[in-house]
Ligand binder design. Structure first.
Ligand code: SF4
Length: 773
């Protein structure tokens, strides 16, 4: 593969990020529109209802959607400004081939032919699994299902994985081990009925802003809020009890809380006896986990651990909520299982105000993780290694078992194998691993080793800049389909506009490649509703059963919670059942009546023993380093770093550190600092805050290049979920030298390059035209 052909400045001038501030026609167009279309915000797993204003096949504005029951008109800054993605100057409008001189516009026929030829050449030379696919979980359910089928039947590779691997997989694996199903336990309305809400490892106010409303409604009715996090994040500042645990110590805290609950007789023995297995092992595992023991590991005073355990254990109802802070660890699955152990031991599950939920982060983080998008999974959340599950999907797809590839490797493992030279070719869609995977320097080296890389995306992300062939795909508002919100509610995404220029809908591109690979007979879809209807059949009988959901039913009811099976008067539904009906109303609350989804119908306790993180502080790297999000940016920032008002709100990453550490290191707010780990270094400005532990520093991860937090993080993986340990690393920090500061300032200037800060007389539009020729 050739190295990126442009200088950094040329890339930025040509493909952005350009900061976009106004819709086509300026703001005067906002009140002059042709249509107002109901759909949903795509910038987090909450999937708030929103209306988009359309004029001349372009999005010109938005209106809140008061009729959608989840957000009832409320939106966060990302939802308000997301419409500025439409008609964006950085949008990819034509297929392109990378040459030594830059990107060259080519025809669709040339782009697809070259992609297909390279797939065939690489697979003929090195074997089918030498060509891998990486996908994004902001795709609709239809596209997620299609990608799973495309990788297995068109590319015929086992090596497909998705960026949900960096997000919710620890929760998914922990949920399945405890409850036999992977979904939030309750619809969010149940949160308002809780008497205690225990929140651990999630910055709710910034990452899931609308959930704040549900928690505050519970608080207005008297609920106590317990908040555990190394940072006193905005919502933790309003909590009744704040537990400032050291990053990576979550399971010690949770084990100790269960120890207190058992010691003080706060368990629900009748529930444990009737509806669970394995409590004896868990009881033994926490026998020595005293608050004093946990205080030494977590840094949280023993009295506070006792208080948290008693408040949660004694309350009539209680909810546990967590997100990536708890899950982005080599102990992510253990941490989730430890939360489940608390909920099960106290019987606080399956009732209003009682539950245990992860807060899904990515746009379709819930639906995208259910229908075969993962290397080990088939549709309906089936297991690709289970003979019965394989048999069912083979029948739906009309293939033999020999034709269905086996279990592949996970996202970071795919990059590892590219680096090792085992995987030679890659097709990716809506995934920016160069910013979002850990140890960015390693992953850049890997991408440069590929023999061929084709990308489907709508902006030229940091990763896409390494592609040989660029296939311009579609934005959310340019395609119809469904997504599933973090609550488990399947909702309808509408398509008020069509893709601009020569860009095409993602599913049409995949169908075209499949046809050219001679596999078109498996992909006879005329529209996305036909894909959804095949997904319904493929999910039937799986734990994530969508078979009783129709698009019409979704629109009539404002969303259906899965599981929603088809029903029949004859009893059990099979693939060949007739007279099926779609009467099932969906399942807003799981586990009612103590019914769980394991074959024995019970919930399973899972014993967890304390162990340390993959990397701990030492004399050389004495400071804990952790990462997270800010309210105005989304994931790798490929979309939100192009929306002017969101960048204005948080233009650059800063290093948060406590005043005590700042004093010791002689650092003040806005000083330039150098952060170093065993993987790399970053030069950014400091932000001295009281709201972080004195032994820990924090950096947001939405930026690429030299501002990337993932230059510093490590590739250590949870052994079960294979999620990377983003939340725990060891680092050192010092004031930057004058040379380093100059480099940091230049990086900062380039990363928000726009007409506002270019030299006088520099015509960016003309320069872009010239470079894109
Ligand atoms: S909370 Fe999430 S879905 Fe709602 S407006 Fe904000 S980013 Fe969009």
């Amino acid at each position: 593969m050739v190295k990126p052909p442009f200088s950094q400045e040329e890339f930025l001038d040509t493909y952005g990020p350009t900061l976009h501030y106004a819709p086509p026609g300026g703001f005067s167009s906002v009140e002059d529109y042709d249509a107002l279309v109901d759909t949903h915000c795509c910038f987090c797993g909450q999937q708030c209802g929103i209306k988009l204003k359309v004029k001349n096949n372009a999005i010109v504005g938005f209106e809140p959607r008061y009729d959608f029951p989840f957000n009832k008109g409320k939106l966060c800054p990302k939802g308000i400004k997301r419409y500025l993605q439409g008609s964006h100057p950085d949008r990819l409008l034509h297929p392109m081939r990378r040459t030594e001189h830059g990107y060259q516009q080519i025809t669709w026929d040339e782009a697809l032919s070259e992609t297909v030829t390279k797939i065939q050449e690489i697979q003929a030379k090195y074997g089918r699994n030498s060509f891998a696919m990486l996908s994004g979980v902001s795709l609709t359910n239809e596209k997620s299902y299609l990608v799973g089928k495309f990788a297995r039947l068109a590319l015929q590779t086992a090596n497909l994985d998705y960026n949900g691997r960096l997000c919710m997989v620890s929760a998914g694996a922990g949920n399945k081990k405890a409850y036999g199903i992977d979904r939030a336990s309750n619809h969010w309305e149940d949160i308002t009925e809780a008497k205690v809400i225990f929140i651990i490892g999630t910055n709710i106010a910034e990452c899931f802003p609308i959930t704040t409303d549900y928690i505050w409604r519970a608080r207005d009715k008297g609920a106590k809020i317990i908040y555990a996090d190394p940072r006193m994040v905005p919502m933790a500042r309003t909590a009744d009890l704040y537990l400032p645990l050291r990053c990576g110590s979550d399971s010690a805290l949770l084990m100790s809380m269960l120890h207190v609950i058992i010691r003080d007789g706060l368990t629900d023995e009748a529930f444990i006896e009737a509806h669970t297995t394995g409590f004896g092992d868990v009881r033994a595992a926490v026998a020595d986990a005293t608050p004093k023991w946990a205080a030494e590991i977590t840094g949280v005073p023993a009295a506070k651990i006792e208080q948290a355990a008693r408040w949660y254990g004694e309350a009539e109802t209680g909810m546990i909520l967590h997100a990536r802070g708890l899950e982005h660890q080599v102990k992510g699955v253990e941490n989730v299982m430890s939360c489940a152990n608390l909920a099960l031991a106290t019987g606080k599950i399956g009732k209003p105000g009682c539950g245990h939920s992860t807060i899904t982060g990515q746009g379709n983080g819930q639906g995208g993780r259910e229908h075969g998008h993962k290397c080990d999974q088939l549709p309906g959340n089936r297991d690709i290694t289970n003979p019965e599950h394989r048999k069912y999907i083979c029948e739906v797809w009309g293939i033999t078992d020999e034709e269905l590839p086996g279990k592949g490797i996970t996202a970071q493992e795919i990059l590892n194998e590219i680096h090792e030279g085992k995987i030679k070719g890659l097709l990716s869609i809506c995934f920016n691993p160069l910013v979002s995977l850990p140890d960015a320097n390693f992953n850049r080296e890997a991408l440069n080793k590929l023999e061929h890389y084709s990308v489907i995306d709508f902006f030229l992300s940091e990763t896409a800049q390494h592609a040989d062939i660029v296939l311009p795909g579609s934005l959310q508002e340019e395609d119809e389909g469904t997504t599933t919100s973090g609550e488990g509610r399947v909702i309808k995404i509408n398509a008020p506009v069509t893709p601009p220029g020569e860009a095409r809908r993602d599913w049409e591109i995949l169908l075209d490649i499949a046809g050219r690979l001679g596999r078109g007979k498996y992909f006879q879809f005329n529209n996305t509703q036909e894909i959804f209807n095949e997904l319904r059949l493929a999910s039937r009988g799986g734990t994530a059963d969508y078979s009783g959901i129709t698009w019409e039913k979704i629109v009539d009811t404002q969303g259906i919670f899965w599981p929603c099976p088809q029903t029949t008067d004859e009893g059990k539904v099979t693939m060949h059942s007739e007279h099926l009906d779609d009467r099932h109303p969906g399942t807003p609350r799981l586990y009612e009546g103590g019914k769980f989804y394991h074959p024995d119908g019970k919930a399973h306790f899972n014993a967890v023993n304390w162990r340390e993180s993959a990397e701990v502080v030492d004399d050389e790297y004495p400071i804990w380093f952790t990462t997270g999000r800010v309210v105005s940016q989304y994931l790798s920032g490929s979309q939100t770093r192009r929306i002017g008002p969101l960048v204005d709100q948080f233009p650059h990453p800063k290093l948060e550190l406590h005043p005590r550490m700042a004093k010791q290191l002689k650092i003040k707010t806005d000083d330039w600092v150098t952060i170093q780990t065993r993987r790399g270094e970053v030069i950014i400005q400091a932000n001295v805050v009281n709201t972080i532990r004195p032994d820990t520093v924090f950096m947001a991860y939405h930026w690429g290049g030299k501002q990337s937090a993932n230059l510093l993080t490590q590739r250590a993986l949870d052994p079960i979920s294979k999620i990377p340990e983003y939340k725990v690393s060891a680092c050192r920090v010092r004031l930057a030298s004058p040379e380093e500061q100059a480099e940091g300032e230049r990086t900062q200037f380039l990363s928000s390059r726009t007409e506002k800060n270019l030299p006088a007389g520099y015509n960016l539009a003309e320069r872009r035209k010239e470079l894109r020729r």
